[in-house]
Design a protein around this ligand. Sequence first.
Ligand code: IPD
Ligand code: CA
Ligand code: CA
Length: 258
Amino acid sequence: MDYVAMAEMVREWVNEAGDILRESLTDTSIKIEEKSAPSDLVTEMDRFIEAFYVNKIRENFPDHKIYGEEGTYDEINDLSGFIWIIDPIDGTLNYVKQKSNFCTMLTLFNDGEGVLAFINDVINKRVYHGVKGHGVRCNDEILEPVPNHTLKDGLVALNTKMVMLQPETSNKIVKEALGVRLIGSAGLEMVQVLTNRVSAYVTTPLNSWDIAPGYMLGTELGLCFTRTDGLPINLMEKNPIIIANSTTHQEIVSKFIN
Ligand code: IPD
Ligand code: CA
Ligand code: CA
């Protein structure tokens, strides 16, 4: 399979999804529902964008499997073969409340290895994408590898639950760093690490759709992407994650979490 040619086609889908989401921001009739909690929302647009990707995938790759946040599940018992992971809107709460700081994400794995990944930072019109063995790009610009540096030389990003449920560990990490930043979109937070704007992103357990593209793109860029205990990611379950350059990664895993 020619992944580069495939990526060109998929980039068009992800761009189109971004256009649809940008236009939807002025539509006041979009239905919003609560899922597990008042902070856990799903909108009509989450479902619409997932269906949009599913149709494109089924049309072009009918034998591939799909695992989508909003309910599109093929039977997946292991990671063999081609599996698409969809997070139609990452940062739905931001989409609803801030009308910014959200992205749309799509990733393809082959036998458990990330081969294509896309994170569309919709408001800034920046699509972060990568093809295995061909580097990571922001739109058409190649991203440079992140230089190794220590925690005290950079900022860290955490997710809200990390701050709430693991305050002591969060404190230790933040104290050592220059500061902490919280966006509320795992995809955009992982982009901050890919682009060396923050040194690490550390979280409580996240779903596979939250982490899939950051995992693929981070690995392609040579960053360390593991569970917070340093063990490898298992896409068949939720994972507390850390993505960082190797020095910062080691510092956080060994000094603060283990
Ligand atoms: C959420 C965001 C958030 C993270 C949550 C995720 P969603 O994704 O990525 O930053 O802390 O755990 O569920 O629900 O907006 O796709
Ligand atoms: Ca989502
Ligand atoms: Ca998400």
